[in-house]
Ligand binder design. Sequence first.
Ligand code: NAI
Length: 416
Amino acid sequence: MKAGRPVSSNRFSALLVENVHPDADAALESYGPIDIERAGASPERGELKAALKGKSVLGIRSRTQIDADILDAAPDLLALGCFCIGTNQVDLAEAARRGIPVFNAPFANTRSVAELTLASIIMLMRRVPEKMFAIEQGGWLKTAEGCNEVRKKKLGIVGYGNIGAQLSVLASALGMHVYFYDVEPKLVHGNARPMDSLDALLAECDVVTLHVPSTPQTRNLMNATRIRSMKPGSILINQARGDLVDIDALAAALEDGHLAGAAVDVFPVEPSSKDERFTSPLQRQRNVILTPHIGGSTLEAQAAIGQDSAIKLAKYLYLGSTGHAVNFPQVEPGPIRPGCTRVAVPHKNAPGFLRRLNDAAERAGANVAAQFLQTDAEIGYALADLEGKLPDDFLERINALDGTIRARLLPTPSAG
Ligand code: NAI
């Protein structure tokens, strides 16, 4: 494993690939200047390595794979931004060992999913998909049979996290009675009612919607037994993860009318491109809304992802903040103390590093005006605001300390 180069440069440069949203540019510059180079698609490995020379930041989306070999070609890389939700495409541990924090935008599409869920509830309760199917075939299903307003109906939200809580607020505004079940204690929004168990929620609600992650506990959460324990004529929505629901059991419950409808955006097996054919037993059903994993796919979410990831990167470059990094100890230090120089030191987490850093500051004649430290099992991240003129070789001294991965002096804010 090679550590990155020590850094004292005040001029940062970024490479953004995979058509990162244009709003990222202004957000990247929100704490100070940065030269930005863009590439449209995900570059081929050789091209990426060449383009990374001298770059302090790399911004990718989900297609560009980042491993040790790529990081070897980027000795100046300070931080990596995933302009998306997931970070599986990056070897996070390898980046951390080189002192490179990785940032993403986990909540930027929350609102988009909540809106799609709400729209699905209304459409299914009015049996719109079934009527659309009939009209496409030349039919005219003009009937109120089985069609309801959502007002005063009971909505059961499974997983009251970012999306679940946002949906709770929107559904309450439409007059729905909101119930939820979560494994963690949650702040209740409005008049929503927490339920003691999933089974109690399933027995109570007219619409059940899933907003939990995929974990060993949630896989096949809605199995045949649970689907059958939902109220007759109720509706199931899964816009979370494809392995939460037994799709065959759901298809059977729709087929025999136990459930009145379903909206599904995520499937156990999804085509990897638009050229691959999609098949599911749900395609035969009439009152269903099937969508190709587009819950979070809106222009607004893309813009929010561009801004969210970029601001985290800018804060790291100019303040040393690692808040919300996915692979790094989190330090949110705020502005640099006036008249101070901030030194940022990712290091191996072993006893005595802070003492060595403070001794080095003292020998350099600097007073430690503020200090921040967080560690995880392998990595420590220390920041210090130092008062007094630092010797020219200060960075070299810090890099020579036992345990330093790479030290960096942050740009000094201009006065006024
Ligand atoms: P979150 O992490 O904010 O909330 C998840 C909630 O589920 C947490 O409150 C957690 O305590 C709860 N939970 C975990 N295990 C549980 C269990 N066994 N029973 C009940 N509650 C449980 O996640 P967020 O951002 O709200 O996302 C929810 C889901 O939506 C995730 O699966 C995510 O992958 C998916 N998603 C889907 C998108 C799409 O395009 N369809 C886009 C964005 C997110």
